[in-house]
Write a protein that binds this ligand. Structure first.
Ligand code: FES
Length: 147
């Protein structure tokens, strides 16, 4: 390998590896899994977890995901406003793929079904709405009631 080509390759590697790591880290952190506790058959999430601090700025999160070790699919806890949240199981009702969250909807990567953040079918082939959960609130916490 020529010296010039070798140096060029090393430079691209030196720049590319950190860039790839940064990109992968940002992909991995795209969904925030909120710490959750179980209390009397209720999943408890802190309202404070809907905020993140980046460079000394408080930035709101529109949603957080919740998953405990016994759950096959996460629940998306979506904040509509201070007093209104929705909780939907991210399992597509068509054939059971895990849904993606983004753009204010849930979308299925398998066959393209789409659901509103309240869990209603917007686009097939899925015909049934998502499993949703009742929510209770107090000043600090959001309670996802499991039935
Ligand atoms: Fe989701 Fe088919 S499994 S659309």
């Amino acid at each position: 390998m020529e010296r010039r080509k070798f140096i060029k390759t090393c430079c691209y590697t030196a720049i590319g590896v950190p860039l790839l790591v940064t990109t992968l880290q940002s992909c991995a952190s795209a969904y925030f899994y909120a710490p959750v506790t179980l209390n009397k058959n209720r999943l408890v999430v802190k309202k404070a977890d809907f905020w993140q601090v980046k460079k000394d700025k408080k930035i709101p999160r529109p949603f957080v995901l919740v998953k405990t070790p016994g759950m096959e699919f996460p629940i998306c806890l979506y904040k509509i406003n201070e007093e209104t949240y929705t909780a939907s199981l991210l399992k597509c009702t068509h054939r059971g793929c895990e849904l993606n969250v983004g753009g204010g909807i849930y979308s299925c990567p398998c066959h393209g079904s789409e659901f509103s953040i309240k869990g209603n079918v917007l686009e097939g082939p899925a015909e049934q709405n998502l499993k949703t959960f009742e929510i209770a609130l107090d000043n600090e916490n959001i309670y996802i009631l499991q039935s």
